[in-house]
Design a protein around this ligand. Sequence first.
Ligand code: THU
Length: 133
Amino acid sequence: MNHQELYELANSARRRSYAPYSHFTVGAALLTKSGKVYLGCNVENAAYGAVMCAERTAFFTAICEGERDFAAIAIAGGREGEAGDVCAPCGICRQVMAEFCDKDFEVILGSNEGVKVYSLDEILPLSFTKENL
Ligand code: THU
């Protein structure tokens, strides 16, 4: 599974997004070290605080299936009906990544122009993790 293929899976999950309030649709594809992929999309709610991001949907689904070792996540997002530009993960999702992933976990951000790959350490430097407790 290469970076572009994982991004395309994120785009397919984006089509299942439920975003009637923000009209901003996001999909994520989370790759385990054993090669399995878990998808997620954002799921909104009339009570805005109940909104769940695509990335955490994918993580929590995978965790619930017993997965603990993750290699990469690809994220595809943008305004509903538009191709989508680079969609960087929110701070809460980065913190969830830091709970379960090593610093070299790959975060793949895509757009029409292709994909760019960042390490978790690059996008969440000086993080607070279980090592601090
Ligand atoms: N959203 C995500 O799913 N992931 C992100 O990393 C950024 C934001 C969703 C949450 C909400 O449904 C919509 O995008 C607008 O914030």
